[in-house]
Write a protein that binds this ligand. Sequence first.
Ligand code: ADP
Ligand code: MG
Length: 238
Amino acid sequence: MASVSIENVRKSYGALEVVHGLNVEMEDGYFIVLVGPSGCGKSTLLRMIAGLETITSGTIRVGDRVVNDLAPKERDIAMVFQNYALYPHMTVYQNMGFSLKIARRPKSEISQKVGGASSILDLDRYLERKPVALSGGQRQRVAMGRAIVRDPKVFLFDEPLSNLDAKLRVQMRSEIRDLHRRLGTTTVYVTHDQTEAMTMADKIVVLNAGRIEQVGSPLDLYRNPVNLFVAGFIGSPH
Ligand code: ADP
Ligand code: MG
C-alpha cells in the first residue's frame, strides 16, 4: 500500500491546458473517488498517475517515490478499465495470470496468485471458461483479478461499472468496497456518478473543468458544500 500525492500537476494537450495545477493527498489505504462531469479531467489525472499519460508539470508521488519519469510497470500500480479488455481467446485463468506470465514468474507463483485472486472474487468455478461465456459482472471480476494478482500498491479504476445495468452496478459497488476492505489497497476510483461517489468513498475529490472544487468525506460534502457547483452536483439525482 502507498499514498498518492498530487502536487501542482498540470496537463496540456498542445496549447490547451485541461488540468490546471492540482494538489491533493490520497492517503495510504483510503478509497478515494474522483468525481465530476464528463470532460473535467478525471481520466487524464488517473492516466497520469498510472503513467499512461505524461504530466506537463508538477510531481506525482507514490509512497515516497516520485514516479513522474517511471514507466507504468515500474509504478506498482494496477488499473482496471471501463471496457474490461479481456483477452477473448484466453481462459479466465490465463487472463488473470497473463501479466505474471510475461513477467516470467514461475508457474507455481502464477497458480498461487490466480488461485488467491479467484477465491477472493468468487471465480474459482470459472477458471477454464472464456470471457464470452461469462456474465458482465463476472467479466468485471476477472478484470479486477488481473489487477489483484500483481499485488499493486495502488488500484486505479476508471468508471469500471458504466457498462453494466443498474442492478449489477449496485452489486459491483459493494463488491469493490468489500475487496478494498479485505485487501486494504489504496484505491483511486473515477466516476461521473455522484451516488457511486457518495456511497463508496472515504474521501471525494470533486473536479470541474480541470480544477478541484472540493475535497472531503461524503458527509463533509453533503453537509458543507463549498459552492453551488458542489451542492448542485452532489445533490442532483443521476
Ligand atoms: P473525463 O475523464 O473527466 O471525462 P478527460 O480526462 O477524458 O475527462 O478529458 C479532459 C479534457 O481533456 C477534455 O476536454 C478532453 O477533450 C481533453 N482530452 C483528453 N484526452 C485528450 C487528447 N489525447 N488530446 C486532446 N485533448 C484531450
Ligand atoms: Mg473519463
